[in-house]
Every structure is written in structure tokens, then in C-alpha cells.
Design a protein around this ligand. Structure first.
Ligand code: C2E
Ligand code: MG
Ligand code: MG
Ligand code: MG
Length: 285
């Protein structure tokens, strides 16, 4: 019934709302996902995929972003855009989020042991995870257990997660004191509290792909991207452009002095066993 109410609200105002078959289908899908999501972790249905982040000046890999996938025998592959919000609502994000950090850290350490270059591993945090008081201790336990040094773990948060500025600042400072890297993800799509950007100990600012995607044909987006890059440079924050798909976009980003990019042009997310080949493709230095 709560879900029905949410959809009714979403549909607008104070009007009486009659449910269409479309709404019933949405509610049913949501309930089915939730039911299977509850068992997904214990049934080992999640995997992480890894997408390279590339320094285009030196043509070398500087990190990977871990991206969760859910392969459900009943539902097929479900996008994180669909199941992460449900995991957030139900609290399932706590165990799932913990599993992601463990898996990502263990994987990065494994690559290091194989002799691959040491690079950072970015992990997306959800809002509930970020505001979980035990997060810092959980992360330091995971680093201890996996043997990964803290500078090789990068935590991605979004602007909307920093709405409670005091708490966000305290947590981010703890991350910083632990020696972790911090990235602001999807930058430009949330409530850009530019004044706080300089207070937060942010190392990387990721420009959202919705701006990057069409910069070579959309002068407004090109202007926004150029401005964000200049802002970040002035604040001494590294910029990562997300969603770089073609050479034209890349050329423009280089004109704007953006050094680090992530996108299909340099590599789609791949499974862990393909990562050594990706390093080989870029040359190991
Ligand atoms: P995000 O963190 O902004 O991740 C980037 C998304 O853009 C990924 O989608 C990636 O596959 C996609 N992408 C990368 N390069 C390109 C490109 O050149 N073109 C296009 N069109 N897309 C590109 P994905 O893997 O479907 O993840 C979607 C979102 O789900 C992520 O956005 C993130 O917000 C969330 N997510 C993924 N994994 C996790 C996780 O482990 N935990 C949490 N809390 N959220 C996650
Ligand atoms: Mg991300
Ligand atoms: Mg993003
Ligand atoms: Mg995101």
C-alpha cells in the first residue's frame, strides 16, 4: 500500500488517482524485484564489473570503477539503476554495500599480487551507507582483512548525499584521515553547493555523463563542462569526465585540459578476469 501511495504522489497533487494497468505493472515489478533481492546476496547472484579510468596525457590506467550487476535466475540481469533504489528503501543496501566494498578491495589487492600496476578502485556508496555510523569502522576492517592500502580505495559519493553538511563533512574528514580517496560522482546533476565544494576534502570530481555525452554538438553542455573543469582546477581537485564515447568528445575535453576520462571509448565495464588484458593493451608503464 505504501508503494501504491508513492506512485499516486508521483502522479501528482491532491487529485484522486485511479490506478491504470501501467501502475499495477510497476507495483508488481517492484514487489517481484524486492522478493528476489532479499535472497540475492546469499545466492551469490551479484558480480562486480570494472571500468577503466584513463589518464589521456600519459595514456595510462589510473583506476577502475566497480559497478555492481545482479544476475537473477528468475529476472535476468537487472540494472543497478533499478535495484539499488529498492535496496536503499528496504535496508538491503547495508549487506549488499558491504559486500561490494569487500569484493572491490579483495579484487584490487589480487591484481596487485599478480604484479599489475597499483591503481585505485572506486566504489559507489549509497546514501544510507554514507550515513551509517559504522561505515568507517567497516571500511577499516575490510582494508585490514584484504591487506589493501587505503590510498587504493576511492569512495564515490554524490552531491545530494551531502545535504546534511555537518554530518557529511565529519564522515568525509574521517575518510581523509584514514587515507582514502574521495570522489564526487555525477557532478552537476544534484544540488551544487559550490560553497561547500571547497570545504569538503574531495580529491576527484566526476562530471556527469549527461553533460559529457554531447559536448561536441551541444555548446551549452560544452560551456558547462569547461566551467566545471576550470572550477575544479582552481580548487586543486582532479576532474574525471564520465561517459566519453567518441574521439570528438575526447578532443574537446583535452582542449579544456581534462586529464582523466572514463567511458566506452576507452573501455566498457568488464569482468575481473579481463582486467590483465586491459592493462596489457595500455602498456604497463
Ligand atoms: P555511476 O556511478 O555514475 O556509473 C557510471 C555509469 O555509466 C555505469 O552504469 C557505466 O556502465 C555507465 N557508463 C560508463 N561509460 C559510459 C559511456 O561511455 N556511455 C554510457 N552511455 N554509459 C557509460 P551502470 O553500471 O549501469 O551503473 C549505473 C549507476 O548505478 C551508477 O552510476 C551508480 O550510481 C549505480 N551503481 C552501480 N554500482 C553500484 C554499487 O556497487 N553501489 C551503489 N550504491 N550504486 C551503484
Ligand atoms: Mg560512480
Ligand atoms: Mg556517475
Ligand atoms: Mg551515480
Amino acid at each position: 500500500a505504501d508503494i501504491a501511495m508513492d506512485y499516486a504522489k508521483e502522479l501528482g497533487g491532491n487529485q484522486v488517482q485511479y490506478f491504470s494497468p501501467h501502475i499495477y505493472a510497476k507495483i508488481e515489478r517492484r514487489m517481484t524485484l524486492e522478493k528476489h533481492l532479499r535472497k540475492a546476496l546469499e545466492k551469490n547472484e551479484f558480480i562486480l564489473m570494472y571500468q577503466p579510468q584513463v589518464n589521456v596525457i600519459e595514456n595510462k590506467i589510473v583506476g577502475f570503477e566497480s559497478l555492481i550487476r545482479w544476475d537473477s535466475p528468475q529476472l535476468g540481469r537487472v540494472s543497478p539503476l533499478e535495484f539499488i533504489p529498492i535496496a536503499e528503501d528496504t535496508g538491503l543496501i547495508y549487506p549488499i554495500g558491504k559486500w561490494v566494498i569487500e569484493e572491490a578491495c579483495a579484487q584490487n589487492k589480487h591484481w596487485q599480487r599478480l604484479g599489475l600496476p597499483k591503481v585505485s578502485m572506486a566504489v559507489n556508496l549509497s546514501s544510507k551507507q554514507f550515513y551509517d555510523r559504522s561505515l568507517c569502522e567497516q571500511i577499516s576492517n575490510i582494508l585490514q582483512d584484504t591487506g589493501l592500502e587505503p590510498q587504493y580505495l576511492e569512495l564515490e559519493i554524490t552531491e545530494s548525499m551531502t545535504m546534511d553538511v555537518q554530518v557529511a563533512l565529519a564522515t568525509l574528514n574521517s575518510f581523509k584521515n584514514m587515507g582514502l580517496q574521495i570522489a564526487m560522482d555525477d557532478f552537476g546533476t544534484g544540488y551544487s553547493s559550490l560553497s561547500y565544494l571547497k570545504e569538503f576534502p574531495i580529491h576527484h570530481l566526476k562530471i556527469d555523463q549527461s553533460f559529457v555525452k554531447d559536448i561536441s554538438v551541444n555548446p551549452t553542455h560544452a560551456a558547462i563542462v569547461n566551467t566545471i573543469i576550470t572550477l575544479a582546477r582552481n580548487l586543486k581537485i582532479n576532474v574525471i569526465a564520465e561517459g566519453v564515447e567518441n574521439e570528438e568528445d575526447l578532443r574537446l575535453l583535452q582542449d579544456f585540459h581534462c586529464d582523466t576520462v572514463q567511458g566506452y571509448l576507452f573501455g566498457r565495464p568488464v569482468e575481473a578476469d579481463q582486467v590483465p588484458e586491459i592493462f596489457a593493451r595500455f602498456g604497463k608503464a
